[in-house]
Design a protein around this ligand. Structure first.
Ligand code: GRF
Length: 186
């Protein structure tokens, strides 16, 4: 299918997905990258990949609805069928939820429903859990609350956030691609 990737940061998940498409491991086409942070590194990655980017700040719109309408217009123009969130640090509002029912997917760096929201890895470290992980799920109006599609567990490297994070990101990149492939080939 034709899909859009939404990201606000480094875009390593975008990169992994793009690489999987290029390698023929994921059947789909990234039609657009959407970011709310025009100077995020994902914009550079998309440029190098030759993928069109819509970089617009919500603060330049009168409301969340107006911001999402602008995105929706572009998605329609490009006939985008699915939205893949990859480090997009905003809640999806009703405009996009209604336009893409059960067609928006997210990845989150914890075993949901534990540690939703920001800095899930930091939350896991603070709580001293020994196992954390990664969740791929459908997006609904809540914060990291939609139906779960896939999970993988990862051992925390005690006292070492950096190493734990590295492990999590490596698993994310693999799990996201695999899960999307499964979802789209059934
Ligand atoms: C990932 O850990 C993702 O699970 C979370 O935000 C991070 C984005 O990383 N939602 P990147 O921008 O894909 O490198």
């Amino acid at each position: 299918p034709k899909f859009a990737v939404f990201a606000s940061g480094s875009g390593s998940n975008f990169q992994a997905i793009h690489d999987a498409v290029e390698a023929g491991h994921l059947s789909g086409t990234i039609a657009l990258v959407v970011t709310d942070k025009p100077d995020a590194f994902v914009v550079e990655r998309a440029r190098i990949a030759g993928i069109e980017t819509l970089a617009i700040k919500p603060s330049s719109f009168s409301s969340k609805e107006a911001y999402e309408q602008e995105i929706l217009q572009k998605l329609k123009e490009l006939e985008v069928e699915w939205i893949v969130l990859a480090g997009y640090m905003r809640l999806i509002g009703h405009v996009l939820l209604e336009a893409y029912p059960s067609r928006i997917i997210n990845i989150h760096p914890s075993l949901l429903p534990s540690f939703p929201g920001k800095d899930a890895i930091g939350q896991a470290m603070v709580h001293g859990v020994k196992l954390t992980g990664v969740t791929v799920h459908y997006v609904d109006a809540g914060m990291d609350t939609g139906p779960i599609l896939a999970q993988a567990a990862i051992e925390v490297v005690e006292g070492n956030r950096e190493k734990t994070e590295e492990r999590i990101h490596a698993v994310e990149h693999e799990l996201y691609t695999k899960t999307l492939q499964k979802l789209w080939s059934r």
